[in-house]
Ligand binder design. Structure first.
Ligand code: 5AD
Ligand code: SF4
Length: 455
């Protein structure tokens, strides 16, 4: 059968989808290979969120031309958000692409691979679904460490933020059967996994209705209830999730998070802008006061919870005053980490249809740099307050800098580097933090009270 090479770009959701694709294809007898040179098919799972994400894929396709000339039987397919956005057009524009498959059509891949074997045949499968969740498919864990895995719990998004292409590339929201989610978590725990991350574009709108509930009444499973069920799988299994929309981050969820030690104390809460005028124009359904109230609620329920965010610099009509308000909310919240982006106009979105991309590129760049500089300073200050504290960390692997050191993560998702001694990846250990940079903590192995274990 065929050798398949899968390359993945974009968000965690895309990485989880590639694992579903790997499962669908290996079940049909295909083998996965680790190098493009050995493949009969190269599948590129793509992102469309910003123009530069798409440009990167185009560049990669051009690089692959040489390989294709050497191996005429090689077929290249585009999966994911860029496939969904561009559909057939992508195969016209990029001659070396034989097939495009959108995020809801992966079950059709085995058939499509057969069809495009014939030279000159091009195929597209880009229908979006209102029901597909791939809930029956056990993902093949790709490139993982055997310690931490993603579980996709819902698909799609219908928030229609004015800047965002996702509702057009991933379709309507739909939630996956909670029993299959818990079963997947159990199976991972029994294979020795120590951490699962529940994934969805907006996990707080997770909602499963089961009409065969007791007394014929509707049973509803919401996200807090799902978190509770997954947290109950094993106290040794850490549970994380991404991403929450501030408009529906509920106290119920915070209460459940606070009551389970194995639910990690880390919330990613994209703010996008600190200006109420921008938030309204972005169609975010909250203002800065609401957002700050949710931050206060997080701190009330879990004083040691870390908070991270996404922000966009230079959205349509953004003024210096709007930008100043973004810097201001960063100063107030004091995020532990932020993903910071320059606005990129995406076709089909509300912004593309109704607004002007009127902030000059050099102004976007300068505003982005100001946010990055401020965030770097705050992250360093936050990390300095951790010096002297003791954390239980889950060890993930070797430090990038030195073979003598390992790294792990705190519940707050902060990376801690320490001397390895006899510790192995997958272990839970205590460390006392002794130093830091803006991105990393340094620690020494200790007992739970902070007494060093060695010297
Ligand atoms: N331009 C820049 N950033 C964007 N994001 C989404 N759409 C755009 C866009 N058109 C950012 C948002 C989102 C993150 C995943 O990507 O901050 O939360
Ligand atoms: Fe990129 Fe969004 Fe698609 Fe994820 S869902 S791959 S971030 S466009």
């Amino acid at each position: 059968m065929f050798n398949i090479y899968i390359e993945t770009y974009g968000c965690q959701m895309n990485f989880a989808d590639s694992e579903v694709v790997a499962s669908l294809l290996t079940k049909r007898g295909c083998s996965l290979v680790g190098e493009a040179e050995k493949a009969d098919y190269i599948l590129i799972n793509t992102c469309a969120i910003r123009d530069n994400a798409e440009q990167r894929i185009r560049k990669r396709l051009h690089e692959l031309r040489a390989l294709q000339q050497r191996r005429p039987a090689l077929r290249i397919g585009i999966l994911g958000c860029m496939a969904e956005r561009l559909q057939h057009r992508l195969m016209t524009e990029e001659e070396n692409v034989s097939f495009v498959v959108g995020p809801d059509s992966y079950r059709r891949l085995p058939d499509l691979l057969d069809k495009v074997r014939q030279p000159g045949i091009k195929e597209a499968a880009t229908e979006l679904s209102t029901t597909e969740t791939y809930s029956d498919i056990e993902p093949v864990r790709l490139g993982g460490n055997g310690i931490s895995a993603y579980i996709s719990i819902m698909r799609g998004c219908q928030n229609y933020c004015a800047y965002c292409v996702v509702p057009y590339t991933r379709g309507r929201e739909r939630s996956r059967d909670p029993e299959t989610i818990v079963a997947e978590a159990r199976s991972l725990a029994s294979q020795g996994y120590k951490e699962v991350t529940l994934l969805g574009q907006n996990v707080n709108s997770y909602r499963w209705r089961n009409s065969s509930g007791q007394n014929g009444l509707e049973d509803e499973v919401t996200f807090p209830e799902l978190m509770r069920r997954v947290a109950e799988v094993s106290p040794q299994l850490r549970v994380r999730f991404a991403t929450s929309h501030p408009k529906d981050l509920s106290d119920d969820l915070l209460r459940v998070m606070a009551s389970y030690p194995n639910i990690c104390k880390c919330i990613h809460l994209p703010v996008q802008s600190g200006s109420d005028r921008m938030l309204k124009l972005m169609n975010r359904h909250y203002d800065s006061a609401w957002y700050l109230d949710r931050i206060a609620a997080i701190r009330r329920f879990m004083p040691d919870c870390s908070i991270t965010t996404d922000v966009i610099a230079g959205f349509c009509t953004e003024t210096e005053e709007d930008h100043r308000q973004t810097l201001d909310i960063f100063r107030r919240v004091r995020y532990d980490y932020a993903y910071m982006f320059k606005f990129s106009m995406r076709p089909d979105t509300y912004a593309a249809k109704h607004l002007a991309d009127d902030v000059p590129d050099d102004v976007k760049t300068r505003r982005l740099e100001e946010i990055i500089a401020l965030q770097g300073q705050v992250a360093l200050e936050n990390n300095r307050t951790e010096i002297g504290r003791v954390f239980e960390i889950l060890v993930e692997g070797e430090s990038h800098r030195s073979r003598e050191q390992l790294f792990g993560r705190t519940s707050q998702n902060k990376v801690v580097v320490f001397d390895r001694h006899d510790v192995k990846p997958g272990d839970y250990v205590f460390v006392k933090v002794c130093d830091c940079t803006a991105a990393t903590l340094k620690g020494v192995l200790s007992d739970s009270c902070g007494t060093p274990l060695f010297g």
